[in-house]
Design a protein around this ligand. Sequence first.
Ligand code: HMG
Ligand code: MG
Length: 304
Amino acid sequence: MADVKIVEVGPRDGLQNISQIVPTGTKIELIRKLARTELPVIEATSFVSPKWIPQLADGAGVLQSIQSVMTSRPKIQFPVLVPNVIGLEKANQNGAREVAVFVSATEGFSKKNINCSVAESLVRVRHVTKRAQELGIKVRGYEIRYVSCIFEDPYEGVTDSDQVVNVTQALLDAGCYEVSLGDTLGVGTPADVEKLFTKLLRTIPAAAVAGHFHDTYGQALANVVKAYELGIRTFDSSIAGLGGCPFAKGAKGNLSTEDLVYTLEKLGVSTGVNLNELVKIGTWISQQLGIPNGSRAGSAIAAK
Ligand code: HMG
Ligand code: MG
C-alpha cells in the first residue's frame, strides 16, 4: 500500500510544451509504458482548442488507442484535461472515464490561458461538473483540479493567497474531490509552501489537496517535502521532467517523476511505483524527443 499518490502528468502537461509535434504512436507508447510502472494516475492528454495547443490536437486518437490499457488496468485512472463542456463532450465521445478541469487563481493568467476571467472559468467548471454527472463520467476519484500560479502570476506578480483559498474552495464546492495546486512558474520556496498551505489547510482538508510543483528555480522537491510535512499526500510530476506551461514564460520543468519517487522512497515514504522502470521510460522518451533528460535522478541512475 503506497503512502502517497503520484499523478503522472507527462503525456499531457509534458508533451503540450514540446515545440515539435510528437507522433501519436509515441504518445500512446509512452502511456502504455507508464501504465506498467504501477503509477495510480496518468493524465493522458487534453481536449482543449487545437488552435491553442496544437501539440495535443490528437487527443481523440490517443484516448481511443489506450482504451485496451484502461480496461486491462482498471485500478489506474487516466484523466484528460478539459477547459469547457466542448472538451468534455469530445472526451466522453472518445472514451474518457475521468476528466480534469483547470482554473487560474489570477486574472492575468486566466485570460492568457483560457481567454476568460477567473469568475467565468468557475462558471465553466460548474457546467463541466454538471454535464459530467449527466454523462455518467464519475467525478469523485477521477478529477484533478488545478489552480495555476498559486504563488506568482507572470502577468500580475505575487498571487493573493486568499484568492488561492477561495478558488480552491469554489472548485471543491463545484464537485471536485481534489484540487491540485500548481506553482506554474516554479518560483515558490518551502517558506511559501508553509505559509500558503498552512492557511489553506485551516479550512480545506489535506486529503483534498495535491501539490503540483515546477522546478524552474530548483525548488520543486524541497516544496514536496515541506508539503508532505504539512500533511499533503498527493503530488503531480512528469516523466523526465517534461513540460511546463506554454502560457507561462520560462516555466519549463515540471518536477520529474523519477526525482520525486527517488526522494520519497529515500525518506521511507512508499510510492508503490517502480523507479527502475520509470528511469528506463524517462531515458526512452528523452531519446524519442531528442532532448536532454530533465530528471537528475533518472540521468544518474541510467548512467550507472
Ligand atoms: P476561445 O478562442 O476563447 O474559445 O478559447 P471560443 O469559445 O471562442 O471558441 C473558439 C473556437 O474554439 C470555436 O471553434 C470552438 O468550437 C473551439 P470555431 O467556431 O472557431 O471553429 N473550441 C474548442 N475546440 C476543441 N476543444 C475545445 C474547444 N473549446 C472551444 N475544448 C479555450 C477558449 C478555453 C477553448 C482555449 O483558450 C483553450 O483551449 N485553452 C487551453 C489552454 C491550455 O490547454 N493550456 C495548458 C493547460 S493549463 C496548464 O498547463 C497548467 C497546469 O498544467 C498546472 C501547472 O502546470 O501549473 C494545469
Ligand atoms: Mg505543470
